[in-house]
Design a protein around this ligand. Structure first.
Ligand code: AMP
Length: 298
């Protein structure tokens, strides 16, 4: 595969060996080239169709690490039958350009056969925190996420791995998995990037018609309105959840609109310590998720 024609050097790897070698030589140095100075390596895992949300992860990694590697892999095992795997946007050339201009040094673009060769059968059972919310709405999802993330973290053994809080529960699941499995990586969470109108950037936003997009804005409006109530002193979760549901009237289906403990995602009655509001809603045929943290003074 050709690197994109831009003035920024970007290495593109399709094999496990080449990708792993890139990370290891930068993180630990090489015997053959003792002058090459080992340095911190950051990793950003994506499914492609990159946007400014992904770019923000790459930029943060590039700021904090000497080398940054991005993976682009549309992981089939985290989609259930009937979900949007076949129509998920594929924009590899543009993705490679975004990686380069955001400060990535290398991109790993494996085929499904490289990640799941014939005979592959091992599974990863997700941690407890994966059972609620997305885990209920999409029962197979986090098994696929944990499987591919643990594989990619082994293939790209960087010092730090950057995840977006856009997928809040996914971040918490990966944090728990890396801790439980003693994976040698620091998981770094990055803020949600939104369009100026408030819609959280997502590769799936391209599915939205102009009319659906207008209705989808109610998701961020709901979060903002409830956050303002919380800032004004409201701590009753029942009241906050009612506000979320009221504001979400324009969407076609609310799958969940809840306030949970920020760390454990356990149900809470009142907001006493850091909490997070999480929404999953369907607008037309598009399923959208969003969230906002509610911080409490120490
Ligand atoms: P995906 O390609 O959807 O698997 O996302 C790859 C990474 O980008 C995940 O860690 C996401 O949480 C993160 N991400 C996606 N959208 C955003 C966003 N709007 N803001 C911040 N991070 C994001």
């Amino acid at each position: 595969m050709q690197a994109p024609e831009i003035d920024v050097p970007l290495q593109v790897f399709e094999t496990v060996a080449a990708a792993r070698d890139f990370v290891q030589t930068r993180r630990f140095g090489t015997v053959s080239s003792p002058d090459s100075k080992p340095h911190r390596v950051g990793v950003v895992l994506t499914m492609g169709a990159l946007h400014e949300g992904h770019e923000s992860l790459i930029r943060q990694s590039a700021k904090e690490c000497g080398s940054t590697v991005v993976s682009i892999f549309l992981n089939p095992t985290q989609f259930a039958a009937g979900e949007d795997l076949s129509k998920y946007p594929r924009t590899l050339d543009a993705d490679l350009k975004r990686c380069a201009v955001s400060g990535a040094d290398a991109v790993f673009v494996p085929t499904p056969e490289v990640i799941y060769p014939a005979g592959f059968s091992t599974q990863v059972i997700p941690p407890e925190i994966a059972k609620t919310l997305e885990g209920q709405a999409r029962p197979e999802h986090f098994g696929g996420v944990c499987l591919v993330v643990s594989k990619l973290m082994n293939i790209l053994p960087g010092d730090r791995a950057y995840f977006g809080k856009k997928d809040y529960q996914q971040w918490r699941v990966i944090q728990a998995m890396t801790r439980d499995l003693n994976l040698d990586v620091d998981v770094v969470a990055c803020p949600i990037i939104r369009d100026p109108d408030g819609l959280a950037l997502s590769s799936r936003n391209v599915y939205l018609s102009a009319k659906d997009r207008g209705r989808a804005l109610s998701i961020h409006r709901a979060l903002r309105t409830a956050a303002a109530e919380h800032a004004g002193g409201q701590r009753d979760v029942g009241v906050l959840e009612t506000i979320l549901r009221e504001e979400l009237k324009p969407v076609d289906e609310i799958q969940y609109a809840v306030v949970r403990d920020a760390e454990t995602l356990a149900e809470v009655q009142t907001v006493q310590r850091a909490a997070v509001m999480l929404i999953a809603a369907r607008v037309g045929n598009t399923r959208l998720i969003d969230n906002q943290e509610l911080n409490e003074p120490d």
